[in-house]
Design a protein around this ligand. Structure first.
Ligand SMILES: Cc1cc2nc3c(=O)[nH]c(=O)nc-3n(C[C@H](O)[C@H](O)[C@H](O)COP(=O)(O)OP(=O)(O)OC[C@H]3O[C@@H](n4cnc5c(N)ncnc54)[C@H](O)[C@@H]3O)c2cc1C
Length: 565
């Protein structure tokens, strides 16, 4: 079974310690129980119990320290970090968030040339501390060029930092807040660490109303010496971008974890709720909604797992992950919202009840598309890859499932975060040609029309500057990339043909939707509109396939998991 099930934790691990970390984490939450989990959420109780647990078990220390700085079991291993991500979000986004911002905070540290800071970070991890990433400022959002945090050089060669940061998770508790700023006078970028315990670090407030602490803090004449500096100039800029390249991937897992728990809870409720003498799950529209939610969730997981294989295989010569990671970020997280919408339409009033996991899921799922770059920012990135993806494929050695116990060194030496338009991809047609399923064939035909449109009714210079037009084109393109990696992983995980064709049922409808949106854009030309109309297709109807997915894959999960009270 592809979905996480804490009752049957049997994922493959190359070593016993990784399995133990996951099992102990599951046990921690199951022991805590749903009642306390929800109470802590409602009362916005700081998650000191979880932080103490991870400290005792040395979890962040082992999962987030490269081997050169840690114990024999420590490594940055995306295979095992994926599941840890998923488990945390399965139980609550706040637990995931403290881990996620630690990952972001450690990004510029492990990329740094400053050996003494790295050793200090490793020590702090062993002492059970969490980390923070101080990039955002109140006034600037995605525009990090405008950063105002400023370091002024003093007569002794040291600096005084002045400025505010905003939206900084763990900013109330991290002894190393990786903080982005500029050197006063020359505007050179700089990354340095600040300690929340210093008296010139003023913690102003928690911006959110939640269990997490998302800080607004101010540095007022905060002393910074060379020993606190992580990077300067271009290296500092790339450290920021490369950290986000890694971190944004995890948001997909947060959505998957949330949706999986919500799915079990919603299905169990609907299967045992009787109306008019029958189960709610006997209604055909309810079966449709659950089957669709399941298909979308499985697709989210297949894509995200496969993207990890490419991230682990990345090198200066193979930077395909720079397309797949933003797709995880914008596509998987927005699909998460769709899954929750579908489930909520079924369970209706139940989704408001304070004792449910669902009530929390319905709120938290909205966050993921908006953090670490909005959907738009990520699509704007994704469209840079369209030309090479469709029209200039390259040969690469086959990337297998990357589940070995290895440290992902390359993530911390990604090099200059530029030249995206030059990255080439393996031919997406190859994997499509290995399948022969009705909806996948329909989808393939839609993609052929999209490609022809790009070739024969190529977006004009003006259209490539029209972000509104480009974002919809980007959504259509993203679906092709999504389909390709889903198919690759369907082979690796031997996904049943019926399930896969059910996935392509929604893919055909989604591509039709984006074709209609593109058709309707003020900037689309008559030629492009004609192609858009050709792209609109109805999925292949097959009641037998649908019923087999519903009965064997979906309804059969109704008693698989329920959290301890
Ligand atoms: C709960 C929470 C936790 C957070 N944690 C952290 C943290 O720990 N550390 C940290 O540094 N930051 C953190 N952030 C900040 C977060 O990453 C930013 O909020 C996010 O990047 C989006 O910025 P913004 O919301 O200010 O939107 P803005 O950047 O103001 O964007 C406004 C609009 O303009 C669009 N837009 C902007 N730029 C472009 C572009 N280039 N192309 C197309 N459209 C564009 C956007 O899509 C959006 O629609 C957190 C935020 C929240 C809410």
């Amino acid at each position: 079974m592809i979905l996480l099930n804490p009752n049957k934790h049997d994922r493959y691990y190359p070593d016993q310690r990784s399995r133990e970390i996951m099992q102990k984490t599951i046990a921690f939450f199951e022991h805590k129980g749903k009642h306390r989990l929800k109470e802590d959420d409602h009362r916005q109780i700081w998650y000191a119990d979880f932080l103490e647990f991870q400290k005792q078990e040395q979890i962040l220390a082992e999962l987030l320290t490269p081997p050169a700085y840690g114990t024999p079991d420590s490594r940055w291993d995306t295979w095992r970090n994926c599941e840890f991500n998923e488990i945390l979000a399965f139980y609550g986004l706040a637990y995931w968030y403290t881990w996620q911002v630690s990952i972001l905070g450690l990004g510029p540290i492990w990329q740094s040339e400053n050996e003494s800071i790295k050793r200090r970070a490793a020590q702090l991890l062993q002492e059970g501390h969490v980390f923070a990433f101080g990039l955002s400022e109140r006034a600037h959002g995605a525009d990090i060029y405008s950063t105002e945090m400023s370091l002024t050089e003093q007569a002794d060669g040291n600096y005084l930092a002045n400025g505010e940061k905003y939206y900084i998770g763990n900013g109330n508790i991290a002894p190393m807040v990786s903080t982005f700023g500029k050197i006063a006078g020359n505007g050179e970028y700089v990354f340095f660490t600040a300690d929340y315990r210093h008296r010139n670090y003023n913690l102003l407030r928690n911006i959110t109303h939640s269990q997490s602490y998302v800080a607004n803090f101010e540095l007022h004449d905060y002393p910074v010496s060379e020993t606190d500096i992580l990077a300067r100039g271009q290296a500092a800029w790339y450290a920021a971008l490369n950290t986000v390249n890694i971190g944004k991937y995890n948001l997909g897992w947060a959505s998957i974890g949330i949706c999986t728990h919500a799915f079990y809870e919603a299905l169990h409720h609907a299967a045992y709720r009787r109306l008019y003498g029958m189960a709610v799950t006997d209604f055909p529209h309810v079966q449709q909604m659950f089957t669709e939610a399941y298909a979308r969730l499985v697709a989210m997981k297949l894509f995200t797992l496969r993207a990890a294989d490419y991230m682990r295989s990345a090198s200066p010569e193979d930077r395909r992950y720079l397309l797949y990671n933003p797709v995880v970020k914008m596509k998987v997280t927005t699909q998460g919202e769709e899954v929750i919408n579908l489930l909520w339409d079924v369970i209706a009033a139940k989704g408001f009840e304070k004792d449910t996991y669902f009530e929390m899921a319905a709120r938290d799922i909205r966050a993921l598309p908006k953090l670490e770059g909005t959907v738009h920012v990520n699509i704007a990135l994704i469209v840079k890859f369209i030309a090479n993806y469709f029209f200039n494929p390259a040969e690469y050695p086959l990337v297998p499932r990357r589940d070995e116990a290895a440290n992902d060194d390359f993530l911390f030496r990604q090099g200059p975060a530029k030249g995206l338009g030059k990255i080439r991809f393996h031919d997406y047609r190859t994997v499509f040609n290995r399948f022969d399923l009705p909806n996948m064939c329909l989808f393939q035909e839609q993609v052929r029309v999209l490609e022809e449109m790009l070739m024969r009714a190529t977006p004009s210079e003006a259209q490539t500057k029209d972000l509104d037009f480009l974002l919809t084109l980007g959504e259509a393109f993203t679906l092709v990339v999504y389909a390709q990696l889903i198919l690759e992983n369907a082979e690796i995980y031997t996904v049943p043909a019926h399930t896969l064709d059910q996935i392509f049922d929604f893919m055909v409808r989604d591509l039709s939707k984006f074709a209609l949106q593109l058709y309707s854009k003020s900037g689309s030309t008559p030629e492009q509109m004609a192609y858009c109309l050709k792209m609109i297709q109805k999925p292949a109807v097959d009641p037998g396939r649908f019923q087999s997915v519903w009965r064997e894959q979906v309804h059969s999960l109704r008693d698989e998991y329920e959290m301890r009270a």
